[in-house]
Design a protein around this ligand. Sequence first.
Ligand SMILES: [Fe+2]
Length: 202
Amino acid sequence: MNNIWEPIINIIREYSKNNKNHSVEKIFALQQSLQPYLDKYDFIKTEKLPYGRYLVHKDIDNDFNIQIDVFSENYTGQIHCHETWGILHVFRGFLFVEDWEELSNNKFRMRSGSILNPGSSQTFCPPVSDWHKVSSSNSKYQVISMHIYGNGFNIDKGIYLDSEYNRKEGKRSNFKEIDSINRILKNKIFSDLTNIYLGQKN
Ligand SMILES: [Fe+2]
């Protein structure tokens, strides 16, 4: 296998090809089918990486893209949305996730909170509110997570709320070199993943 992320890319590509309308139920089913594969990506715990985002895959028709985020210590993000479906999966460390919803113009309230540990993931899909906020406070290990976004995702510009809950647009940071992510994966996943993937195909 040339690309160690290929099993993930293939499952999402297959889903996107067969589904043009999305729902929380469908994205949750996709999340479930990805779980056995995502579970296999085992990162060396202690090695630190430059924080930022790393591009795993961008679909040629922009039906989906896959990114990895490496968080700085005590990172607290802004409330933001992606206006498309998404799956968030944690590989290392843990993330605090707040889910928010818009009540009326400029009025927002938090509706739930979760703590995602390694191996945990979360799904969202509009029109159910996809406003959320993540933070990495108190995580012992540097947090590494995967973010899968659906069709129409703007890879360059993000939508977020300022402290007065006004909607703003901001430029996203540039991608960093994915090889530095691949390098700190434990080698055994190559053969494990190939075996599972081929096993399911046959
Ligand atoms: Fe997000």
